[in-house]
Design a protein around this ligand. Structure first.
Ligand SMILES: Cc1cc2nc3c(=O)[nH]c(=O)nc-3n(C[C@H](O)[C@H](O)[C@H](O)COP(=O)(O)O)c2cc1C
Length: 184
């Protein structure tokens, strides 16, 4: 079993990194293979995706690097802070580049067909606001549905679990309790 953790947080001492490291630790106890890709610090940086990239998108060496990692993984784990109701732009850019047509999906008779079958996806995201606010306003559910339907299932993958942890900005008071509850 191979797990690829993709983390999109500029802060090394963030709760996102604590979550990623905890998940890695749990996976290693099961002898799974685990790799972490740190999008802010990887040597394989991808520039901002532009119009020229869409037209006749060629597989760049960075795309090949990330797509090989994605292909080899049984489970993808995305860890990111909740920014403006969604994911940081660097993660969206990663998806724009690497979940490309012909690799992650194709069109058959004008209908999209996901190509990344047999992969599970786990999502961890952290919000500054307390959890109840986004539960009440429906924001948590909107983000979950968007990621599940428009990205994960569009590419033929299955959502394993979606976790939003609120109120993690305030001096880390509830963070150790959250870490204790994380399961593989
Ligand atoms: C650019 C930016 C946008 C943010 N947008 C939101 C937001 O929409 N809602 C929210 O609750 N917190 C927002 N935050 C706060 C982050 O979600 C919070 O700092 C983060 O979850 C803390 O977790 P971390 O330690 O993993 O970074 C934002 C922070 C930044 C820097």
């Amino acid at each position: 079993m191979k797990i690829l953790i993709i983390i999109a947080n500029p802060k090394i001492d963030s709760f996102s990194f604590a979550i990623a490291n905890k998940y890695k630790e749990l996976a290693l106890t099961k002898d799974y293979e685990v790799e972490i890709i740190d999008l802010y610090r990887t040597e394989h940086q991808q520039p901002f995706f532009t119009y020229e990239n869409i037209n006749g998108l060629k597989t760049t060496s960075e795309m090949k690097y990330f797509q090989d990692k994605i292909s080899q993984a049984d489970e993808l784990v995305f860890v990111f802070p909740y920014w403006w109701g969604s994911m940081p732009a660097i993660l969206k850019n990663f998806i724009d580049w690497n979940f490309s047509r012909g690799f992650a999906f194709e069109y058959v008779n004008s209908k999209p067909k996901g190509l990344l079958t047999n992969k599970k996806v786990t999502i961890f995201t952290t919000t500054g606001a307390p959890s109840f606010i986004y539960k009440i306003t429906g924001a948590n559910n909107r983000l979950k549905k968007m990621i599940q339907k428009q990205i994960i299932e569009f590419c033929g993958m299955k959502l394993k679990s979606f976790n939003i942890y609120g109120g993690v900005d305030k001096s880390g008071t509830n963070t150790s309790k959250i870490l204790d509850k994380i399961r593989l």
